[in-house]
Design a protein around this ligand. Structure first.
Ligand SMILES: Nc1nc2c(ncn2[C@@H]2O[C@H](COP(=O)(O)OP(=O)(O)OP(=O)(O)O)[C@@H](O)[C@H]2O)c(=O)[nH]1
Ligand SMILES: [Mg+2]
Length: 182
C-alpha cells in the first residue's frame, strides 16, 4: 500500500524546509540555494525544488513528506505533488500578516483541489499549521482565522500550532495528520 503523502506548503520563510528536516531527523533531501531576489531580505537560502523525506511513525506506519518551495515563481511544482497527496499542511508564520494575502490565495487554490478530489471520490485533507508563534507580535489562531476570512469550520480546516524546529512538536502534528487521513 502506498504510504500517506503529506505536502507541506506555505509562503517563503514559513518553516517548510525546517519542518521536513526535523520530521526526518536530518535525513531529508533538500533543495536549498542562495536567495538572490527579494527573498534575500528575509533569509539567505530558499528552496528551489521539492524537499522530500520518508518518515517512520512507529507501528509500521510510514509517511512521505514533500516540502514545496514558497516563491510564487515555483507554483507550478504544486502540480507535481498535489495529485497524489493525502493531506496538505499549509504553514503560516503567525508574526507575518504581510504574508496572509498570499496564504489566502494558496488556500483558495488548495480548497479547489480538495473539492475536485472529493468529486473523484478521493480525499485531500487541508490543515493549517501556525509557526513562529514564539515571535513577538505573533497573532492568535482566532485572529488569523478572521484575517484569512475563513468561513470553513475548524473540523474541516483544523489549525494546529507547530514549531518546525522542535521534533516533539513536529511529531505531534504528523501523528495528528496521519490519524486524519487513514
Ligand atoms: N522563531 C521561530 N523560527 C522558526 C520557526 N519555524 C521556522 N523558523 C525559522 O525560520 C527560518 C525559515 O525557515 P525555512 O524552513 O527555511 O522556511 P521555508 O518555508 O522552507 O522557506 P522557503 O523555502 O524559502 O519558502 C529558519 O531560520 C527557521 O529556523 C518558529 O516556529 N519559530
Ligand atoms: Mg524551504
Amino acid at each position: 500500500m502506498t504510504p500517506p503523502r503529506l505536502v507541506v506548503a506555505g509562503t517563503v520563510g514559513a518553516g517548510k524546509s525546517t519542518f521536513v528536516h526535523t520530521a526526518s531527523a536530518g535525513s531529508a533531501i533538500h533543495t536549498e540555494r542562495l536567495a538572490t531576489d527579494s527573498t534575500a531580505q528575509i533569509k539567505t537560502t530558499t528552496t528551489v525544488a521539492i524537499d522530500f523525506a520518508q518518515i517512520s511513525l512507529g507501528n509500521r506506519q510510514v509517511c512521505q513528506v514533500y516540502g514545496l518551495p514558497g516563491q510564487d515563481r515555483f507554483d507550478f511544482m504544486r502540480d507535481m505533488v498535489m495529485p497524489t497527496a493525502s493531506a496538505c499542511l499549509v504553514l503560516i508564520a503567525a508574526h507575518r500578516p504581510d504574508t496572509f494575502p498570499s496564504t489566502q490565495a494558496l488556500l483558495n487554490s488548495l480548497q479547489q483541489r480538495e473539492r475536485q478530489a472529493h468529486q473523484r471520490q478521493g480525499a485531500l485533507r487541508l490543515i493549517l499549521g501556525l509557526t513562529h508563534t514564539d515571535c513577538p507580535a505573533a497573532l492568535t489562531a482566532e485572529h488569523i482565522r478572521a484575517k484569512l476570512n475563513l468561513t470553513t469550520d475548524t473540523a474541516s480546516l483544523p489549525i494546529l500550532t507547530v514549531d518546525p524546529r522542535c521534533s516533539i512538536s513536529v511529531r505531534q502534528v504528523l501523528t495528528a495528520i496521519v490519524e486524519l487521513v487513514i
